[in-house]
Design a binder for this molecule. Structure first.
Ligand SMILES: NC(=O)c1ccc[n+]([C@@H]2O[C@H](COP(=O)([O-])OP(=O)(O)OC[C@H]3O[C@@H](n4cnc5c(N)ncnc54)[C@H](OP(=O)(O)O)[C@@H]3O)[C@@H](O)[C@H]2O)c1
Length: 238
């Protein structure tokens, strides 16, 4: 029987590394991001902006035939895509950007959790991995929409896991500090605009960043683990 993974944010960083790894391990992968992605079959891609509320329905239409004509033992959703947000303190935030960032980092992942709960084939085990961060629990000045959206995502996963969805488990996974475009963006601000920029520059100067393919193991193991039920929380290295 087949295994299907839906991964958001497969055009760079952790999502790109995860898509390649799962394809290599026999998973069928469906990726989403604004930039197109070329990976070998059975990879499929939906080029989209996750801030668009039409995306879950577009994905449902693309998945309908797959789910109808194949038998799946595993269905996994990895809510990985995220924006680092505005990197500005309160008083300097754009309301439109706040709404957009919450849509990408929180509303879209929740809508995709709803979608997999609805579409999941009867006998498939369902695993949801929400890519989290230590900043879901630690306030960092200038990162309100990132910290708040990730705290919300953590709780949305807890609610999903508290419901009865049969063979279903949710992992809120903080991957550590990873050398991706997001870290480059965070380091690229001025201290005047973004009060926490030195935190990100220091981690880079101290060579504390991991490569994306070093942080995948807990995600892959969780997606395959038939013994899991309910909610789990893990940080890289634990
Ligand atoms: N890097 C770290 O140190 C670190 C630490 C803790 C947690 N994380 C988490 O790890 C996850 C992956 O981040 P990363 O570090 O791998 O960053 P990244 O390389 O910047 O990747 C972000 C991905 O999200 C996609 N994305 C962003 N906005 C989108 C939108 N509006 N619509 C569709 N896709 C969108 C991007 O694709 P497009 O640009 O093509 O749309 C890209 O594929 C995020 O949830 C992040 O919060 C990262």
């Amino acid at each position: 029987m087949a295994r299907l993974a839906i991964i958001t944010g497969t055009s760079s960083g952790i999502g790109a590394a995860l898509a390649e790894r799962l394809l290599g391990e026999g998973w069928q992968v469906f990726g989403l991001s604004r930039r197109p992605v070329e990976l070998p079959a059975p990879y499929q891609h939906l080029t989209c902006d996750l801030a668009d509320p039409a995306v879950p329905q577009q994905l449902a239409s693309r998945l309908a035939a797959e789910l109808a004509f194949n038998e799946y033992s595993h269905l996994a959703l990895v809510n990985n895509a995220a924006t680092p947000g505005q990197r500005r303190r309160f008083g300097d935030l754009s309301a439109a950007e706040t709404f957009r960032n919450m849509a990408i980092n929180l509303a879209a992942p929740m809508a995709l959790m709803n979608l997999v709960a609805e579409l999941r084939p009867a006998n498939a085990m369902l695993r949801v991995v929400n890519v989290s961060t230590g900043l879901a629990y630690r306030p960092l000045p200038g990162l309100a929409d990132y910290c708040a959206s990730k705290a919300g995502l953590h709780m949305a996963g807890e609610v999903l896991a508290a419901e009865d969805h049969g063979d279903m488990a949710v992992l809120s996974y903080a991957p550590g500090i990873v050398a991706t475009e997001m870290q480059t963006t965070l380091r690229g601000e001025t201290a005047k605009d973004f009060p926490s920029v030195d935190v990100f520059r220091a981690m880079h100067e101290e060579n504390r960043l991991l490569a994306a393919n070093q942080v995948l193991e807990p995600i892959v193991a969780f997606m395959l683990d038939a013994s899991r039920r309910g909610f789990y929380q893990q940080r890289h290295g634990e």
